[in-house]
Design a protein around this ligand. Structure first.
Ligand SMILES: [Zn+2]
Length: 89
């Protein structure tokens, strides 16, 4: 089981308190109406699926109910860092 440090609550809590939110730093196309079907489909559905160090979002369901970012090794499950939305990793 993971222990995840929430940067807003400033404490480490059990994984059971959190929900995975997918890959972090996905940029929404700035002009959706002018975006091709292929580009829009890539934005909605395709993710890197990184093996190794990966940036992802988590939601603190049983705490502050806020999203934050996690840098995690997907092979070892080790969490290398957590940081608030809008911060640089
Ligand atoms: Zn929290």
């Amino acid at each position: 089981m993971l222990h995840i440090h929430c940067p807003y609550c400033r404490e480490s809590r059990s994984e059971e308190e959190f929900a995975y939110g997918g890959e972090a730093h996905i940029q929404r196309p700035s002009r959706p109406a002018q975006t091709s079907e292929r580009e829009w489909g890539d934005y909605l559905h395709f993710r890197k699926g990184t093996r190794g160090v990966h940036r992802e979002m988590w939601f603190h369901v049983a705490g502050c109910r806020r999203y934050f970012n996690v840098v995690r090794d997907t092979v070892s499950y080790a969490i290398l860092k957590t940081y608030a939305m809008g911060e640089e990793p």
